[in-house]
Write a protein that binds this ligand. Structure first.
Ligand code: C5P
Length: 221
């Protein structure tokens, strides 16, 4: 049917989700935010007070979860067992610990299976950390999106709620820490796939990045 899969990976705050959503909309494709799935698992474990050290318990509970990503006007709604957690999964509390739950092998294999199923019919733009390298190694287009940590922290800071008290410097430190955990974990770490195209967006505008990816997509369609 001429449809392709597009994998967009990279560190926190590089603009992956904004861009992935734009590209998906313009191609009439489905956008899959895999970070939201790890965040949803994390939110649920925080509710149950299950720490990431207790991998067995985490897995047992994770298997019972029904995570849904539902597109809407503002992007997407995230439901965990039918509870709307769209804003709850974006808090600093979740940011600070999500990478620890994401290190658990069983959690990763569970979510990877769901992610692969979502992409079997093609026409998907999926963003995350291990999509091109692990989840969809056959994706027709793989993008590795980066920007300096200073720029990524600035972008995240600008879109933050005033109720979340954190300084730009602290945020930069937390982002760097999360990148490090994601890069150094044992199972499917954050890595640039051999056949991915690197896009450094530090000095690029959103429109420019989206246009570039659409151009690349058309060359492989
Ligand atoms: O993309 P986002 O910042 O929402 O991802 C949150 C966290 O989820 C990441 O820092 C990472 O620990 C985890 N994640 C992952 N693999 C993915 C997507 C996200 O490990 N494919």
């Amino acid at each position: 049917n001429g449809k392709i899969n597009i994998a967009i990976d990279g560190p926190a705050g590089a603009g992956k989700s904004t861009i992935a959503r734009m590209v998906a909309t313009r191609l009439g494709y489905i956008y899959v935010d895999t970070g939201a799935m790890y965040r949803a698992v994390t939110w649920h474990m925080l509710q149950l007070n299950i720490e990431p050290e207790h991998a067995e318990n985490v897995l047992q509970e994770a298997q019972k979860l029904v995570i849904e990503l539902i597109p809407d006007e503002n992007g997407q709604k995230v439901l965990v067992n039918e509870i709307d957690v769209t804003s709850e999964i974006r808090t600093l509390a979740v940011n600070r610990i999500v990478s620890r739950y994401a290190q658990i092998e069983g959690v990763r294999s569970q979510l990877s299976t769901i992610q692969r199923q979502l992409a079997t019919r093609k026409g998907v733009v999926m963003d995350g950390r291990d999509i091109g390298s692990h989840v969809l190694p056959d994706a027709e287009l793989k993008i590795f999106m980066t920007a300096t940590v200073q720029e990524r922290a600035r972008r995240r800071f600008a879109e933050m709620d005033a109720s979340e008290s954190i300084t730009l410097e602290q945020l930069e430190q937390e982002i760097a820490q999360r990148d490090q955990l994601d890069e150094q974990r044992e199972f499917s770490p954050l890595v640039c796939a051999d056949d991915a195209i690197v896009l450094d967006t530090t000095k690029m505008g959103i429109e420019e990045v989206a246009t570039r990816i659409l151009e690349l997509a058309h060359t492989v369609m």
